[in-house]
Design a protein around this ligand. Structure first.
Ligand code: 5GP
Ligand code: SF4
Ligand code: MG
Length: 476
């Protein structure tokens, strides 16, 4: 069953530390926002790989005795989020397999766009798959390579896959990190402070907030198209793939990454704040206060308030303890919905003209409830401001967005969306606003396909004709 397609994930690896699994555990904690469905750690003690994976949050899956069993001087980890159809332990990573060259484990963030094609080819050759995810084909391709060294097998495998990948591999004695030539998903390298011997103290992670937690120094990004090998001899960089104009996911800045991370070399918080400032410049409004939709809208609201000179207030308060176990009320008490997560403060909102800032509108259903809630708390006017362009298309590169049909901006004008959510006015940051400070050239070296429909890599997935149709209709 090809049951998993879209998934967003956090990956991490630690090479050369006696408590590698513990450090990976902490790093996964820092990256929990990148995936809450399942998590796993694989460690290497020089002889064998040891693995533990489970469903749910990092804190629920790993207990002290489990971490203690994950012995060794290196370990990799993974947090996974995916759409509901594939909520299965078999899809949890890291994947760990034995092959003719030894044992290897892998953590993958991203989506391979030629997955279906590759999997069909491998299955018709008699290969058996354990999971429904695209990541597993990489392990098959590694096992099939005739190369001696793992790093050469990895390069051979990656030469056949297309699309988005930030990867960490672990064998009994080495760790390898790789990022696709487009640089779709982030990946950084750091070093544990005080570790100076060549084979010690290396950390790779999706975001720098993981480095901060384990007290590792940020060194640099894994470059697009780069493969890095960590061995007892230290870190060695390979550039096996021709450089490609980068198409780094701009949505990491808009929503996905943690604001305290550095992504693509910039502070996510500062970028979001600047997006808010640009939004205030392009969509000013006469109002009394600026409030964010917490947490995602906070940095942009700070920027909007700063630029507009309006006071920043917390008109909506978030309950941080709403987890996946929350039971949605049925029928008669159904419409509590968003109130469980957010509560509007009458003391702040009553009699005010309010600017509400959020990072994006996806389906529009949450935004609609928020506008109603703010009005019910006594706001005179509600002006919705969004710190990114309208989300008009799905992501094929590793972010879990709903299908095109479900995205309100794919079929509605801005004024229709305004009417649907019930706001007095609605303003989105323009494409130009997005790139006015982010980078050189029209796209700044970013992928923005979910906003613009310009998909940098085609999906060769004949099970998804709607997606194919989408590509045909777009200029590239
Ligand atoms: P909507 O009004 O579309 O129902 O919800 C908008 C909210 O969804 C915004 O607060 C935005 O931060 C959030 N959001 C945007 N993209 C994503 C995503 O990929 N995953 C999740 N869980 N929330 C998202
Ligand atoms: Fe990021 Fe959107 Fe491109 Fe996906 S389509 S990689 S979410 S910018
Ligand atoms: Mg949000």
């Amino acid at each position: 069953m090809l049951d998993s397609f879209h998934e967003e994930c956090g990956v991490v690896g630690v090479y050369g530390h006696p408590e590698a699994a513990n450090l990976v555990y902490l790093s996964l904690y820092a990256l929990q926002h990148r995936g809450q469905e399942s998590a796993g750690i694989v460690s290497a003690d020089g002889q064998v790989l040891l693995s533990h994976r489970g469903m749910g949050l990092v804190a629920d899956i790993f207990k002290e005795d489990i971490i203690r069993r994950l012995e060794g001087f290196s370990a990799i980890g993974h947090n996974r989020y995916s759409t509901s159809g594939s909520t299965l332990l078999k899809n949890a990573q890291p994947f760990c397999v034995d092959y003719v060259g030894g044992a290897v484990a892998l953590s993958h963030n991203g989506n391979l766009t030629n997955y279906v094609e590759l999997r069909r080819r491998l299955e018709s050759d008699g290969r058996i798959f354990q999971s429904g995810t695209d990541s597993e084909v990489i392990l098959h391709l590694i096992a099939m390579s005739k190369a001696e060294r793992l790093v050469d097998r990895v390069v051979a495998a990656l030469g056949e896959v297309q699309g988005a990948y930030s990867l960490v591999f672990l064998s009994e004695s080495e760790m390898i990190a790789a990022r696709d030539p487009y640089g779709f998903r982030p990946l950084v390298v750091g070093r544990l402070r005080g570790q100076e011997r060549p084979g010690e103290g290396w950390v790779v992670a999706s975001e720098t907030c993981a480095l901060d937690l384990v007290d590792a120094e940020y060194l640099r990004e894994v470059e697009p198209g780069e493969v890095i090998e960590f061995t007892a001899a230290g870190m060695k960089s390979y550039r096996p793939f021709a450089p490609h104009a980068p198409t780094r996911c701009v949505f990491e800045y808009v929503y996905f990454a943690r604001p305290d991370s550095r992504v693509y070399g910039r502070s996510v918080y500062q970028v979001r704040k600047e997006l808010g400032r640009r939004l205030a410049q392009s969509h000013p409004v006469e109002a009394d206060i600026v409030i964010p939709v917490p947490d995602s809208g906070v940095p942009a609201a700070v920027g909007y308030a700063e630029q507009s000179g309006l006071p920043f207030e917390m008109g909506l308060i978030r309950n941080h303890y709403v987890g996946r176990t929350f039971i949605e009320p049925q029928d008669s008490i159904r419409h509590f919905g968003v109130k469980v997560k957010l509560n509007a403060q009458r003391e702040v909102l009553e009699g005010k003209r309010v600017v509400v800032v959020d990072d994006s509108i996806v389906r529009g259903t949450t935004s609609r409830k928020i506008v109603t809630m703010v009005r019910n708390a006594g706001a005179l006017e509600v002006h919705m401001r969004i710190s990114s362009p309208p989300t008009t298309g799905p992501c094929f590169y590793g972010v879990d967005t709903p299908t095109r049909k479900e995205l309100i901006a794919s079929s509605h004008s801005i004024d229709e969306i305004r009417a649907f959510i019930g706001a007095d006015t609605l303003g989105y940051l323009s494409e130009r606003g997005l790139y006015s400070f982010l980078g050189e050239g029209p796209r700044g070296g970013f992928c923005d396909a979910c906003f613009t429909g310009r998909y940098p890599v085609l999906v060769s997935d004949d099970e998804q004709p709607i997606q194919l149709h989408l590509f045909e209709a777009k200029d590239r």
